[in-house]
Design a protein around this ligand. Structure first.
Ligand code: F6P
Length: 372
């Protein structure tokens, strides 16, 4: 009997998803007598029973393609907008899993997907996950695919911004994705030689950033590149967030907890425009003309780097082996040159953030980069 395996991609897309789908399905078909069915647009596809048979022919030529042939969404199994209402669709997912007589479901996604996958494992399904994200914030894996490509895109953007900043004697603030983690801004900031790198894990002092830029100007370097993570915060903003987090943790009743968590969400929603504010303040404080460049979704698009293709293929093929050994309820993590299976219960809800003494932080400081 052939084993029936489902696959879906969930959360924000990233380069390397197709390489991972191909890695799991090719290895499973060619070595372990498995047959694969894809579900479209994340967890919504398994709710709505929208499928794509992953025949061998369909897997040809997708290795170098960006995005995902399965489509994706940020839908959560337990809180899915259906007909204007938010519904728990876990039972519908369980039903369709059995309708297709699946032996297991592979969920390829970032931090949110690990949490959602655990919910399905707890509902009695056989689940295995792969870590993807340009943010590199999935815990217990050395790295996630998508990150290397995004870091290269952001680095070449910083390279290009240098010549225009230099020609106009300007400060250019470049906003880099990463959600609440600073990996992408830190990595591309180091690789692109940014003069200032601001990340969420190290709150910044605007006066200190201005002083760094003015010191450069006094030394005859009358331009500066500031690489800022979208989630970066000033010392005051970080203090506000800490207060809201403490309030949420202290809240005794459910009602109070919901209120505190809404206030926190609201803060992050409003924080979206903070890089414009930062750019304006730097112009005001230094007297130097300033511009903002938001790299946005360009960082998630296009063909994966060779490192991401290798990583996605490596994790995908390791996943096929684990499926064959009936190892479920785990995420396939990158571990040095190898892989390891980490229980979903351990990964779910944990974020990998930049530590203040991370070797990348030390190297940035040692070459004279200001971290705010
Ligand atoms: O998680 C990947 C990511 O690109 C983050 O860096 C960013 O904050 C978010 O997704 C953007 O999400 P969306 O594509 O839904 O706007």
């Amino acid at each position: 009997m052939k084993k029936q395996i489902g696959i879906l991609t969930s959360g924000g897309d990233c380069p390397g998803l197709n390489a991972a789908i191909r890695g799991v399905a090719r290895a499973g078909q060619q070595n372990f007598n498995m047959s694969f069915i894809g579900f479209l647009n994340g967890f919504r596809g398994i709710v709505q029973n929208r499928t794509l048979r992953l025949e061998n022919k369909l897997l040809s030529g997708i290795l170098a393609d960006g995005g995902t042939i399965l489509g994706t969404s940020r839908d959560k199994p337990h809180r899915m907008p259906i007909g204007g209402k938010i519904m728990n669709m876990i039972d519908a997912i369980v039903e369709n899993y059995h309708r297709h007589q699946l032996d297991a479901l592979v969920c390829i996604g970032g931090g949110g997907t690990q949490k959602n996958a655990l919910k399905l494992q707890e509902a009695g399904l056989n689940i295995i996950t792969l870590p993807k994200t340009i943010d590199n914030d999935v815990a217990f894996t050395d790295i996630s695919f998508g990150f290397d490509t995004a870091m290269s895109i952001a680095t070449s953007a910083i390279d290009r911004l240098h010549s225009t900043a230099m020609s106009h004697n300007r400060i250019i603030v470049v906003e880099i994705m990463g959600h609440r983690a600073g990996w992408l801004a830190l990595g591309s900031g180091i690789a692109g030689g940014a003069d200032v790198i601001l990340i969420p894990e190290i709150p910044y002092d605007i006066n200190h950033v201005s002083d760094t830029i003015l010191t450069r100007a006094r030394e005859g370097k009358n331009f500066s590149i500031v690489a800022v993570a979208e989630g970066a915060m000033s010392i005051m903003q970080a203090a506000k967030v800490n207060k809201l987090v403490e309030k949420k943790n202290r809240a005794e009743t459910k009602g109070e907890k919901i209120l505190a968590s809404d206030q926190l969400k609201n803060f992050h929603r409003k924080h979206v425009s903070h890089t414009m504010e930062l750019t304006n303040k730097l112009e005001e404080f230094t007297g130097l003309e300033s511009r903002l460049t938001i790299l946005g979704h360009v960082q998630r698009g296009g063909t994966p780097s060779s490192a991401d293709r290798v990583l996605a293929t490596h994790l995908g093929t390791a996943c096929a082996k684990l499926l064959n050994e009936k190892v479920y309820g785990v995420m396939v993590a990158a571990d040095g040159d190898g892989t390891k299976a980490i229980p979903l219960s351990q990964v779910a809800g944990v974020k990998k953030l930049v530590t203040k003494d991370h070797p990348w932080v030390n190297s940035a400081r040692l070459v004279g980069t200001s971290l705010g």
